[in-house]
Design a protein around this ligand. Structure first.
Ligand SMILES: O=C(O)C(=O)C[C@@H](O)[C@H](O)C(=O)O
Ligand SMILES: [Mg+2]
Ligand SMILES: [Mg+2]
Length: 391
């Protein structure tokens, strides 16, 4: 089989919070008449630059057209040469590699007549426990808004949540207290995510304050500045709660293993550059005796399905994961969205080939935008994924 064309379409999909995320839908065409689909997810993150999409398509065509899509390792190496890893969480080259790598897996699995999970080691599980995110509060009046989110999502079957913290500890504490009083043990808050906002000592003080409301806490995420591998180790040695951190490069993960910085590696294909790279990161974690969770940038159904296939066979996936993107957006670009039930993300059935996701061209047209330009967004909106303009 040979790759014959690459097609990229930018879509802007609003969240229920009003914040609009831009993603690129990928199509990799082949001389067998099959098309592999992928998703370069959520370019709407700092830093505020973005690729020219037409130019990006031409670069990708120069790398991929004429190649055999089954040469996934070779093509990942070529892509990494063009879009190298960086010691940064939201490196857009990783998003680009991820979208292509998912499409290659989709294309190859379709050709073989199998599901992507069967290319990644098969299935230990058919569903993955996930949590719904409660985004960071800056004002006390956001507490009730977020308690209402818990009420609504609990009614839809989500009984596990995660909380972004660190900008207003009074509001964080008030939210945890309100959840404990209203829901008791019906609801679990599985992680406090500091998003690298605080140094490790300041974060440790906040952890001691907020864990008075331990609602089934499984981990503390990103409780030090990014790449402060020693700082992660220090806080890890000073709290009983497991520490988790996102993986965005092989060098960063190596340093975290060397410094014994974490208990849990948060592995997302989007941040490490694809399913191939994510599987390697999960294997490195396993070798180091560490757990993994599936993280998220809050993908649409294509990216979320790719993660579900990856999660099917991860032997060290031992905590609640994060992919809930399709639940956060007002719409999607596919005919068959990924399925959530009782707070689980269901892996697309084994009998469906590829990622098990079918594009809806009308919905793509509905959400299509010209390019990745930023428009009028503030740093706060970009950091906390909100359309709120209050300052
Ligand atoms: O665990 C995290 O950190 C995230 O989920 C980061 C978020 O900003 C995510 O990328 C989003 O877009 O909501
Ligand atoms: Mg996080
Ligand atoms: Mg994101």
């Amino acid at each position: 089989m040979k790759i014959t064309d690459i097609n990229l379409t930018v879509v802007g999909v609003p969240r229920h919070t009003g914040f609009i995320n831009k993603h690129i839908i990928v199509k990799v065409s082949s001389n067998e008449g099959l098309v592999g689909i992928g998703e370069m997810s959520d370019f709407s993150h700092l830093p505020r630059y973005a690729p020219d999409v037409e130019d990006l398509k031409n670069v990708l065509k120069s790398v991929l057209v004429g190649e055999n899509p089954f040469d996934i390792m070779k093509l990942n190496k070529e892509l990494a040469g063009n879009f190298p890893e960086a010691m940064y969480y939201y490196e857009k080259g990783s998003f680009i590699r991820n979208g292509i790598d998912a499409a290659l897996h989709d294309l190859c699995a379709k050709y073989l007549g199998i599901s992507v999970a069967d290319m990644l080691g098969g299935r230990i599980r058919e569903k993955i426990k996930v949590c719904y995110p409660i985004f960071r509060m800056r004002f006390m009046e956001e507490v009730e808004e977020n308690v209402e989110v818990v009420r609504k999502r609990l009614n839809q079957g989500f009984d596990v949540f995660r909380l972004y913290v660190g900008k207003n500890l009074d509001a964080d504490e008030a939210f945890l207290d309100a959840v404990k009083r209203e829901f008791g043990n019906q609801v679990k808050i599985k992680s406090l995510d500091f998003s690298h906002l605080l140094d490790w000592k300041t974060a440790l003080k906040a952890v001691k304050r907020l864990t008075k409301y331990d609602l089934g806490l499984e981990m503390i995420e990103s409780p030090a500045h990014a790449n402060d591998h020693e700082g992660f180790h220090h806080i890890r040695m000073r709290t009983d709660y497991p520490i988790s951190e996102h993986v965005w490069s092989t060098r960063q993960q190596y340093e975290m293993i060397k410094h014994d910085s974490v208990d849990i590696f948060n592995v997302s294909p989007v941040f490490i550059g694809g399913l191939t790279a994510a599987k390697r990161a999960a294997a490195a974690a396993e070798v180091a005796g560490k757990s993994v969770i599936l993280g998220t940038t809050q993908e649409l159904s294509i990216g979320t399905a790719a993660m579900a296939h990856l999660g099917a066979a991860l032997v060290n996936l031992t905590y609640t994961s994060d992919p809930t993107g399709p639940e956060l957006y007002i719409g999607d670009v596919v005919k068959n969205r990924v399925q959530y039930k009782d707070g689980y993300l269901h892996i697309p059935e084994r009998g469906i080939t590829g990622l098990g996701i079918e594009l809806d061209e009308e919905l793509i047209e509905t959400y299509r935008v010209d390019d990745l330009r930023w428009g009028e967004v503030s740093v706060h909106q970009l950091q906390d994924r909100t359309a709120q303009t209050k300052i």
